[in-house]
Design a protein around this ligand. Structure first.
Ligand SMILES: NC(=O)C1=CN([C@@H]2O[C@H](COP(=O)(O)OP(=O)(O)OC[C@H]3O[C@@H](n4cnc5c(N)ncnc54)[C@H](O)[C@@H]3O)[C@@H](O)[C@H]2O)C=CC1
Ligand SMILES: O=C(O)CCC(=O)C(=O)O
Length: 534
């Protein structure tokens, strides 16, 4: 039974994938004091939050069972991603579920700002009739600058075109071609400052975007520009905005998100020219259902089949690539486990080569899987595919990945080499459709070996009687041989033998095997075989 805690208000319907699954227990405990959350979190395997809960390093460090932190929404700035990655916790979000809600809120804010609707409503409901005071401006033929042309920025631009606005888009990833297709103009931030009547920001809050719109920027904008922020507090410097509004440089602003939530700057929240909403961009029934559904389904997938779609701290791998590399996930890990046990030294360099059709695929997950298996042999067992690259870096270990379209005799071929000073060992595998995974080379010896739980690796000379001698010692020790794979360099030269055996080989028997003439080394190897492969 996996235990999931939900600490912010989230759509009940959207949680259905979890609540209707017998393998999951879902506890909704919203508004917990951080000190209480630090206590209770240690019992949970997954945490679901919106933007309220601050998932701090302290909370993450206490979360000893936690495998997934899910943000039912886009921005993950309330989660300490670095701490989660160090602890090997996958952080996921629901990037697309609230795009329309945030887009429509932006449009609502822009129209409200243009027509002073909140101020007029406040005036009328307090008994006044002040028509002159609330004369507005039209959107028609005005210029809108969209900073951040991702999901929401793009949808805002499309809708603003419906109002016949001229759109300038700024985004490091916006190409001329995409701008043209959208019917907008690709512009710089300064061009937006010079030309825009309305500016709306739709970037994430990052080190680069914090304070992107500041006093210097307002000095460059058109006098009377209107500003909208339904993205993240902090992208626009709050005090600089208040000053620019008070000086008349900025005619007004519409703000949904704040540097601190709830906001602390009264100059912003009680300013008659600044309209504010309490972070409502994603607050629609539909969006909340979609984001809750997205994270719930993904959590079920992570725990039941290991599939991850929207991880923040793992390389993104599309569903079609996942499908292609899936057969190699376990195989590459088993191959790495095998190699470590035969090599018996900690590697200081790891080289991975992908050949054949894998040349074209994103193999990041396979690389992580192999490195994880290698490092786990000597290091902490808490290493997983999320934190493995950090562990590698922390131990100053180097690695290289090369890809080659050459087939090496197989459609796909993965070769792993580990190096310690002058010593090195190599292993390679492939996946044969209809037959399954095969280890096809060890230290340069060709063989065709199916990974099994208990294996005996024997380094020997290719002399008559070797197989019989090994077989009779194992027979005397009641060790049954399942299958045997042999590979040799030349007739009578160096050779290796890998036996699959039914149970672990005791050390005493290993010593007896070592006494066989021309037998150089014996290593008992144990590989993790998932249940469904037995
Ligand atoms: N108010 C609310 O309730 C909601 C707020 N949001 C926020 O809206 C923002 C946008 O969300 P999405 O469009 O879904 O994200 P997205 O990831 O699809 O788009 C963000 C875009 O910003 C661009 N960008 C990054 N750095 C930039 C820079 N320095 N200058 C210009 N562009 C830059 C990126 O290239 C990307 O295209 C996020 O901050 C998100 O957290 C999202 C949903 C609801
Ligand atoms: O969950 C919410 O209401 C906030 C949504 C949001 O800000 C986001 O998804 O980035």
């Amino acid at each position: 039974m996996y235990k999931v805690i939900v600490t912010d208000p989230i759509s009940e319907n959207g949680l259905n994938a979890l609540t209707s699954n017998q393998e999951f227990q879902v506890d909704q405990q919203t508004g917990l004091d951080p000190a209480v959350l630090v206590e209770v979190i240690k019992d949970y395997d997954a945490l679901i939050v919106r933007s309220q809960t601050q998932v701090t390093r302290e909370i993450i460090q206490a979360a000893d069972r936690m495998k997934v932190i899910a943000r039912a929404g886009v921005g993950v700035d309330n989660i300490d991603i670095e701490a989660a990655t160090e602890k090997g916790i996958i952080v996921i979000n629901a990037p697309a579920g609230n795009t329309i809600a945030a887009t429509e809120h932006t449009m609502a804010m822009m129209l409200s700002l243009a027509r002073n609707i909140p101020q007029a409503y406040g005036s009328l409901t307090s008994g006044k009739w002040e028509r002159k005071l609330f004369k507005g401006v039209e959107l028609y033929q005005k210029t809108l600058g969209v900073v951040g042309m991702g999901r929401i920025g793009t949808e805002v631009a499309k809708r603003a075109k419906g109002f016949q606005m001229n759109i300038l888009g700024y985004d490091p990833f916006l190409t001329e071609d995409r701008a043209k297709k959208l019917g907008i103009i690709k512009a710089s931030l300064d061009e937006i400052a010079e030309q825009a009547d309305f500016i709306t920001v739709h970037t994430p809050l990052t080190a680069e975007t914090r304070g992107l719109i500041n006093a210097d920027y307002f000095a460059k904008t058109k006098k009377g520009v209107r500003i909208i922020n339904c993205a993240r507090g902090g992208i626009i410097e709050e005090q600089a905005l208040v000053d620019a509004v008070n000086s008349g440089q900025v005619a007004g602003a519409a703000i949904d998100v704040f540097e601190h939530e709830p906001p602390e700057n009264a100059g912003l929240t009680r300013n008659p020219r600044i309209i504010v909403t309490p972070h409502l961009g994603a607050s629609t029934t539909e969006a909340q259902e979609k984001v809750a559904e997205s994270v719930s389904e993904e959590i079920v997938g992570i725990f039941t089949s290991g599939s991850v779609q929207h991880a923040i701290n793992l390389p993104h791998i599309s569903a079609s690539v996942q499908q292609k590399i899936r057969p190699y996930l376990t195989l590459s890990e088993q191959m790495a486990e095998f190699l470590m046990q035969v090599f018996k030294k900690a590697p200081n360099k790891i080289n991975i080569n992908y050949y054949g059709e894998l040349f074209l695929e994103d193999t990041g997950l396979l690389t992580r899987q192999m490195i994880k298996a290698l490092l786990s042999y000597y290091l902490d067992s808490s290493i997983n595919i999320v934190n493995v690259m950090q562990v590698l870096k922390a131990h100053s270990l180097s690695y290289s990945v090369q890809k080659n379209a050459a087939h090496k005799g197989f459609t796909n071929f993965i070769e792993l080499e580990i190096v310690n000073g002058d010593d090195k060992a190599t292993i390679a595998c492939t996946y044969l459709t209809g037959f399954g995974g095969r280890i096809v080379s060890i230290n340069g010896y060709r063989l065709d070996m199916e990974p099994e739980k208990y294996l005996l690796y024997i380094d020997h000379m290719d002399v008559p009687g070797m197989i019989g001698n090994v077989g009779s010692i194992l027979g005397k020790g009641s060790i049954n041989i399942g299958s045997m794979y042999v590979g040799r360099q030349t007739i009578g030269g160096k050779a290796v033998m890998v036996l699959t055996v039914d149970k672990p080989v005791p050390d005493g028997l290993r010593d007896e095997l070592l006494s066989i003439e021309d037998l150089n080394d014996v290593q008992f190897v144990e590989i993790d075989i998932p249940n469904d492969e037995n």
